[in-house]
Every structure is written in structure tokens, then in C-alpha cells.
Ligand binder design. Structure first.
Ligand SMILES: *Cc1c(COP(=O)(O)O)cnc(C)c1O
Length: 366
């Protein structure tokens, strides 16, 4: 049996409605910002429950712009985790700042008890990641940030639809970033990103900055860049947004099947602790496994496309050589890099595929 990691061919098997939307877009000739992007931004803001949504070209762009919007600049430090996608850290560097890592916890999320010790007079932002679509402990992060007067930017890139006690990811920090990369829960046909904020001033800056600082065709208010969301992607994203709740619920159901199915194998393989009130969207379904590399090989040979996100933590990458970190600095993160596995558990996985994957895992540890 094949258990594929990517679901895109299944998700987009029926695309007549999408093509109809795209015909309308093409007929309008509105190819840079314009009504299609605006309509999508409004719809997305309403879904998340924020005042402003600002579309960008990528999630990485959304992060860079969000950091700039809260005042991160050359010489700043930004606190984040080393177990994330490289874009979190690349964005900090691109904003001219220095990443300061703290270790993660047993949920693979930022260890909030280690944040305060990492704060210095140069700390310009805390950048918690909703890693794999799972919210970190935002209430505790906000408590520290508010007390110390430091803005929070959520890297909610993989977490459209995630919630804590009914409140959406992207509504906790001052300015927060999402990705619409094809393998994120809200996805488009290529790259896309979106920033959300309730802060009018930040929104005004972001709208100007992503569009060359143009007030109108002839007036340039600030230096900016071109980080505009493509109308093509806004049109696709708008239709996918209509399906997001169903898609998230399907992911949650499948993740629960795996959580249940792994019971009894705890000494070999186990899902993380899942506190009440946290709605994860399982952009990646992560578990910790003994003999991880052998297990992945075993599963892949049997058609189950298991993956590792990621085998090398960012502080140990060559790119990080000048940051001054070494092996041993973040022991939890480093251990997880050796034990973590991603199982295909997306919205199009069937019960048969779940049962098959679980039986392969049991067989492996027998
Ligand atoms: C996907 C992702 C990004 C980057 O998003 P892109 O749209 O691919 O640029 C950043 N951070 C995290 C945690 C992500 O999962």
C-alpha cells in the first residue's frame, strides 16, 4: 500500500470552480494587488478575527515584514527556537537582527521557562513558532513579553486554523505571519503569505512597505520593497479558505486515530503531550521514536512516506557558524532531532492507510 506524504493531487482533483475564478481574474486584468487581493485579505481577517490582513509573496516575506513592523532593525536581537523551519531564522537575519535561541519543550514548542534568561537590552522581539501547526504556550509568552515591554511576533506560518481556548493563532502577538505554501493547511498554487494585526499603525506601514512605499502612483512615503501577494494566489486561497474548517477537522480526526493507535508502544514511539484547549492543525504529525532512522527506512520501503523535520537543528547548521552556538547548547532540541518522525496524517489519509501505517510500526518494533 502507498501512503503518500503529499495530498495536493487529491486536494485539487476538482478544479473547475478555481478555473472559473481565474477566468474572472484574467478578464479583469487586475494583476497587482487590486480587488481580488483586497477581498481575500478581508475574508482572511474575518476568519482569524483580526482588524487587518496584509497579503505577501511568501510566509518568509510575511515574517521579515512583521519583524520590521515591530521595530526590529540592525543590531536587534530576536528570541526564537532552533527547532523550526530555517525561514524563521532566515527572516531574523534578513531583518538585520541576531537570532537568540532557547530550547524547546516536550511538545516540540518553545520552552517558555527559558525565555526570560535570553532577554537582553537588545531584545527587540520574541518570535515564538507554532511549530508543525501546534500553538506554543502563548499566555505565558505574552505575560513575559508584556512585563518586559517586548513585542511578540508569532511565526504562525504552518498554523492557519490552530487555536488556544477558542482563540486563533495569529491573534496573540502584535504582528503575526502565516504561510500559504502548498504544504501548509491553507494553501495556494505556489507561494503566498499573509500578515495579520490589530495595530492600525503597523498595518499602514506594512501596506506601504510591501508595495515600494507607494502612497499612490506618484508619491513615495517610505523606502519599501515588492512583497505583494499575487492576485492569482488570492483567488485560490479564497476558495481554499472556504474549506479550511473541514480540512482541519479531518486532520485532527486522523491525528487522534494515530495517537490512539500508538498506545501501548510508548516505550518505543509516542506522540507529544497534548494539553486541553489547544487545537493543533497537524501541518506535520510529529512523534518521537526510538531507532528513528531505521524506522523511517522501514516505513519508506513499505510505501509509507515518513519524513524527518528536521535531522539537524538550526544552531548546528553551517549557516549558523557565526552565531557562536555549539552542540550541547539545546539538549532537548538536539535529542528530538535524533528521535523525531513525521508520519503522513493529512486530510486525505484513509482509515486503511492509518491502519496499515500502524501495523508497519508495530511490526517494526516487534
Ligand atoms: C513554512 C514555514 C515558514 C516559511 O513559509 P514560506 O511561505 O515557505 O516562505 C516559516 N516558518 C515556519 C515555521 C514554517 O513552517
Amino acid at each position: 500500500m502507498q501512503v503518500k506524504y503529499s495530498y495536493l493531487d487529491q486536494q485539487f482533483a476538482e478544479v473547475d470552480a478555481h478555473f472559473q475564478d481565474l477566468r474572472e481574474l484574467v478578464a479583469s486584468g487586475e494583476f497587482t494587488l487590486g480587488p481580488f487581493v483586497e477581498a481575500f485579505e478581508k475574508k482572511f481577517a474575518a476568519y482569524i478575527g483580526v482588524k487587518h490582513a496584509i497579503g505577501t509573496n511568501t510566509g518568509t516575506g510575511a515574517l521579515i515584514l512583521s519583524l520590521k513592523a515591530v521595530g526590529v532593525q540592525p543590531g536587534s536581537e530576536v528570541i526564537t527556537v532552533a527547532n523550526t523551519f530555517i525561514a524563521t531564522v532566515g527572516a531574523i537575519i534578513a531583518a538585520g537582527a541576531r537570532p537568540v535561541f532557547v530550547d524547546c519543550d516536550e511538545r516540540y514548542q518553545i520552552d517558555v521557562s527559558k525565555i526570560e534568561a535570553a532577554i537582553t537590552p537588545k531584545t527587540a522581539a520574541i518570535l515564538p513558532v507554532h511549530w508543525a501547526g501546534c500553538p506554543p504556550e502563548m499566555d505565558k509568552i505574552l505575560e513575559i513579553a508584556n512585563r518586559r515591554g517586548i513585542p511578540v511576533v508569532e511565526d504562525a506560518c504552518p498554523a492557519v486554523g490552530a487555536k488556544i481556548n477558542g482563540r486563533f493563532a495569529g491573534t496573540f502577538g502584535k504582528v503575526n505571519a502565516f504561510s500559504m505554501h502548498p504544504l501548509k493547511p491553507l494553501n495556494v498554487w505556489g507561494d503566498g503569505g499573509i500578515i495579520v494585526t490589530n495595530d492600525d499603525k503597523a498595518a499602514e506601514f506594512l501596506r506601504l512597505y510591501r508595495n515600494h512605499g507607494l502612497l499612490d502612483r506618484d508619491h513615495i512615503e517610505i523606502w519599501g520593497v515588492n512583497e505583494r501577494l499575487q492576485p492569482f494566489q488570492a483567488v485560490v486561497g479564497s476558495r481554499v479558505l472556504d474549506t479550511i474548517e473541514g480540512l482541519v477537522m479531518a486532520r485532527i480526526r486522523n491525528a487522534q486515530q494515530f495517537d490512539e493507535g500508538l498506545k501501548g508502544l510508548e516505550s518505543w514511539i509516542r506522540p507529544p503531550y497534548r494539553p486541553l484547549g489547544y487545537r493543533e492543525v497537524y501541518q506535520l504529525y510529529l512523534v518521537t521514536a526510538k531507532r528513528r532512522d531505521e524506522l523511517v527506512k522501514y516505513l519508506v520501503e513499505r510505501g509509507v512516506e515518513a519524513k524527518v523535520h528536521y535531522p539537524i537543528p538550526i544552531h548546528l547548521q553551517n549557516a549558523a557558524r557565526d552565531l557562536g552556538y555549539k552542540r550541547g547548547d539545546f539538549p532537548i532540541c538536539e535529542r528530538q532531532a535524533e528521535e523525531i518522525v513525521t508520519l503522513p496524517a493529512h486530510q486525505h489519509i484513509t482509515q486503511e492507510q492509518i491502519d496499515y501505517t500502524l501495523s508497519c510500526i508495530r511490526e517494526f518494533y516487534r
